[in-house]
Design a protein around this ligand. Structure first.
Ligand code: PMP
Length: 390
């Protein structure tokens, strides 16, 4: 019997191109995989961003659990409808007070906070001046804002100055990470803020890696630079690193926060932060106030790791906060190095293209305030023992 002709729709697989891309990735050794971790790993974790070791603190985890039992597992709606509880209001007051800003707005992630801040403060017709090494959420915020974006060389206040001077009278927003997430270096905030003041530009500092690590008692990089609460200065933070929870916030003048509440689409159209996450972050801020030595300990651990690496001949950028980055000779070597560390009981981050430019693949280690000196020495020993030649 003659076969019925196949429906042409059967022959066209609309996702063939995905397989083609996957083959390219595999050939380049750049496949990413999700690896579920255990609840209580035996591995020493220097890959996460729990800089102060607060995510497992009983008072933090319990505050989150109690809030879930009281308010529910989710926020139930947008912050403007049913998603705001008194926990959100309290967290906003406390974050603003702790970091030295007039007001704060809590969102469901640091990613959303950056999208909200950039889109609400820039927009069509504005100029955004963005550091070349800024976090992906800032890059995406610039795209979403549909503003003209001038990407300036990394950590270069003169470039910021020149760019702003080339656009006199233009509404401008300068955006920079405070601590760059891959190399762990700090932005020259004083110089950048000076360029902004001179040109009448607004400054947005993404303090994801500064809160809880830099500034008096962990009040963050803007606070350390004397910029907290300064007119024209706005900061974004995440609740998911030093504060051991989940979520993000924008900090700044009250009128800026009110503007965001009314115009920022990533705030308006997103379900509010889960009450448990708000309660966890609030509890962590309480720990930080009671234990102001924690940030200095995280920084000291980073400095010690860096000392051990560089003395042994590895190329590692001097850490300005809690991130320590070590060069690998190639993307493949970085992947193998991280896997060897894992086999030896140490979890480290591994950065390679497309997360970083070609030729600068590296391991990324995060210092934690709760590590003992013995654990720090063991972690450094593992990295050195598994280091690739060259
Ligand atoms: N900014 C920077 C510099 C970050 O490193 C991150 C997290 N990787 C974010 C923003 C996003 O924060 P969140 O994970 O809370 O979305």
């Amino acid at each position: 019997m003659a076969q019925a002709p196949r429906d042409p729709v059967d022959r066209i697989d609309p996702f063939d191109w995905i397989d083609e891309e996957a083959r390219h990735r595999a050939r380049a050794g750049l496949v990413r995989t999700l690896r579920p971790r255990g609840a209580a790993s035996e591995l020493l974790d220097l890959a996460g961003n729990d800089y102060l070791g607060l995510t497992r603190r009983p008072e933090v985890a319990r505050a989150a659990a109690d809030a879930a039992l009281r308010w529910g597992a989710g926020a139930t709606g947008s912050r403007l409808v049913t998603g705001s509880t008194r926990l959100h209001a309290e967290l906003e007051r406390e974050l603003a007070a702790f970091c030295g800003f007039e007001a704060a707005l809590v969102l469901s992630s640091g990613y959303a906070a950056n999208l909200a801040a950039v889109t609400a403060l820039a927009g069509r017709g504005a100029l955004v001046v963005s550091d070349a090494a800024n976090h992906a959420s800032i890059v995406d915020g610039c795209r979403l804002a549909r503003a003209e974006t001038a990407v300036v060389p990394h950590a270069d206040p003169d470039a910021v100055h020149k760019t702003l001077q080339a656009h006199p009278g233009r509404r401008a927003l300068v955006v920079t990470d405070s601590v760059f997430s891959v190399d762990g270096d700090a932005a020259p905030l004083a110089g950048i803020a000076g360029a902004c003041r001179e040109a009448g530009a607004a400054l947005l500092v993404d303090d994801a890696h500064g809160l809880g690590v830099l500034g008096d008692g962990g009040r963050g990089a803007p606070y350390a630079a004397g910029l907290a609460g300064a007119p024209g200065t706005v900061a974004t933070v995440t609740l998911s690193k030093s504060l051991g929870s989940q979520g993000g916030a924008v900090l700044g003048p009250a009128r800026v926060v009110e503007h965001l509440v009314n115009t920022a689409r990533p705030f308006i159209f997103d379900t509010g932060l889960a009450p448990a996450a708000a309660a966890g972050a609030l509890a962590s801020l309480g720990v930080l106030r009671r234990e102001p030595h924690l940030p200095a300990r995280a920084r000291a651990v980073a400095t010690e790791l860096h000392r051990r690496f560089t003395e042994a001949g590895l190329t590692a950028a001097r850490p300005d906060a809690a991130v320590v980055s070590v060069r690998a000779p190639s993307p493949e070597a970085a992947v193998r190095w991280a896997a060897d560390c894992r086999d030896a009981g140490l979890l480290v981050g591994c950065f390679r293209p497309p997360s970083v430019p070609d030729g600068v693949s590296r391991l990324r280690l995060t210092a934690r305030a709760d590590l003992t000196d013995r654990q720090v020495a063991a972690a450094a020993g593992t990295v050195l023992a598994t280091a690739p030649p060259g």
